[in-house]
Design a protein around this ligand. Structure first.
Ligand SMILES: Cc1cc2nc3c(=O)[nH]c(=O)nc-3n(C[C@H](O)[C@H](O)[C@H](O)COP(=O)(O)OP(=O)(O)OC[C@H]3O[C@@H](n4cnc5c(N)ncnc54)[C@H](O)[C@@H]3O)c2cc1C
Ligand code: SF4
Length: 487
């Protein structure tokens, strides 16, 4: 364990971040690595409680409690405290294929359920995870490890987000030949086109893809499976197929004025901005917030990333609408430990908006009624309607000026086409119906599904978990198939 009584004697330090006033001037990551001495001190706060809820990874009251990939947190905390960094990395790599992504962008449900958090502040688990993986890369401990033997079995993974990458990594490790097909021109899924570079720099994604390639995984980009390659071709060439195609169907806001210029889906905006940075592609006027009054509709993480992106592009003002109320400052009685704490936080984009414009850009209990445009068909504003507020007050109708509006109201599950081609059944909310839980096999034999495509829009860490579990299911399936053939 860490230091005896460490959690009582040492104060929690949060993850090190660049100052908001500095980081808004560029597109580099806003989080930085905690210095060694500080990280070891923070690791000393782990009390080896005996029942480490931090690593359980279960769903309680519809929220995530503990780490979904069951990271061996108390073990690596102790190793870091003792300065055994390489051993700590080896423990971390046992359960997490991509700590460089989770340690930057995971909402850290582990910390919400840390036992120390029951009596004081939780251990800074995510900062410690980041320090371990950053050190592992810096020291050259993360090297390609191709499998020693090949099974001769071929698996196609469709989609190269964290679910597809984790699945491919696990299957390759046990010797199967894995080919990852990706519709976009670069692998990474939402890690590449979606999550902005302030959270995960694209060179970190490229670095991991490069390692996976050196380990023997084949990547085919700009291949839209179902269109550029038929389901029959896939079935003929591969022994198993895993669909990790994400939950890309976004929700629309079908209200008066939606057709006006200057109103765009958030994902189109974020993708265009990343492409502008990667390739210098020209930004369409609708995707350039410079000097504009921006309104983001939708109170979630995607909306937050739009706020941070608009700030970096030099917007004149930014407001974000959410339909729910402000979260309480402390846990409510209905949200006890070890559930994920549903409490108010000032996340990176909001901190930046406060620094620049002097206020939090979030507006609560807002319902957009209609968009208003000028004669040229460009949006000039919108009206928000009466909405029964959580505090019982009726919000009055209000007009808001806007030159640019981004719609970030969530996703509706996996795109239909490929699943229809495979004749795979989905439920009414767009999720893939599993033939046999937790086999990850769909209603079609030899075709599996994992990640957001299976569970609906979620988190990187859940996508990794799904990719790992689906890989184990595929391995078992191939093994059984092989045994039957040999009979
Ligand atoms: C803007 C935004 C910010 C986010 N921020 C965070 C965050 O900070 N922390 C966090 O934990 N999670 C975050 N998430 C959620 C997280 O990114 C997802 O849960 C995760 O990426 C899901 O992984 P996946 O592999 O299932 O799917 P995806 O990452 O969506 O990857 C699916 C891939 O499949 C490809 N594909 C689809 N159809 C085909 C086809 N027919 N042929 C070939 N390829 C195909 C797509 O092009 C895509 O690349 C964010 C999501 C968004 C949208
Ligand atoms: S992956 Fe997320 S939940 Fe797991 S230890 Fe890291 S920050 Fe915590």
């Amino acid at each position: 364990m860490g230091q005896l009584m460490g959690f009582l004697n040492i104060e929690k330090k949060n993850q090190a971040e660049r100052k908001p006033s500095e980081r808004v001037k560029d597109w580099r990551e806003y989080k930085v690595t905690m210095p060694e001495a500080e990280t070891r001190e923070q690791a000393a706060r782990c009390m080896d409680c005996g029942t480490p809820y931090c690593q359980v990874g279960i769903t309680l009251n519809r929220g995530t409690t503990g780490c979904p990939i069951n990271n061996l947190i108390p073990e690596w905390n102790d190793l870091v405290y003792r300065g055994l960094w390489k051993e700590a990395y080896e423990r971390l790599a046992k359960t997490n294929n991509f700590p460089e992504f989770t340690s930057k962008a995971c909402p850290a449900p582990c910390e919400g359920s840390c036992t120390a958090g029951f009596v004081s502040d939780p251990v800074s688990i995510k900062s410690i995870e980041k320090a371990i993986i950053d050190r592992a890369f810096a020291e050259g401990w993360v090297v390609p490890k191709p499998p020693l033997r090949r099974t001769g079995k071929k698996v196609a993974v469709i989609g190269s987000g964290p679910a597809g990458l984790a699945c491919a990594d696990q299957l390759n490790k046990v010797g199967h030949h894995v080919t990852v097909f990706e519709r976009a021109d670069r692998p990474g899924g939402l890690l590449m086109y979606g999550i902005p570079s302030m959270k995960i720099e694209k060179k970190a994604v490229d670095r991991r893809i490069d390692l996976l390639k050196k380990e023997g995984i084949s990547f085919k980009v700009s291949v839209d499976v179902g269109k550029d390659m038929t389901v029959n071709e896939l079935n003929e060439r591969f022994d198993a197929v895993v669909l990790c195609t994400g939950a890309g169907k976004h929700r629309e806001l079908s209200i008066e004025g939606r057709q006006l210029k200057g109103i765009s889906p958030a994902m189109d905006y974020l993708t265009a901005n990343t492409r502008h940075q990667l390739y210098g592609e020209e930004l369409k006027a609708d995707f350039d917030a410079r000097g504009k009054k921006v309104i983001v509709i939708g109170g979630g993480d995607t909306g937050e990333d739009c706020v941070a992106t608009a700030i970096r592009q030099g917007c004149k003002s930014v407001v974000q609408f959410g339909k729910h109320g402000r979260l309480p400052d402390k846990r409510s009685n209905e949200n006890p430990w070890p559930e994920h704490p549903n409490v108010f936080t000032l996340d990176y984009a909001y901190e930046e908006a406060e620094e620049l414009f002097g206020e939090d850009p979030r507006e609560y209990y807002i319902e957009t009624k209609c968009f208003i445009g000028d004669k040229s068909g460009h949006v000039t504003g919108l009206t928000t309607g009466s909405f029964l507020r959580g505090d019982g007050e009726d919000g009055a109708e209000r007009h808001w000026d806007a030159d640019m509006v981004l719609i970030a109201i969530g996703f509706r599950g996996a795109e239909d086409r490929l699943f229809a081609d495979f004749q795979i059944e989905k439920d009414s909310s767009g999720r893939v119906i599993q033939a046999e839980s937790p086999s990850y096999q769909t209603s079609r034999e030899g075709v599996f599904a994992a990640g957001d495509a299976r569970r609906g829009a979620s988190l990187i860490v859940w996508a990794i978990e799904e990719g790992r579990k689906a890989a184990a299911a595929v391995d078992l399936y191939l093994d059984r198939k092989l045994s039957l053939l040999n009979q």
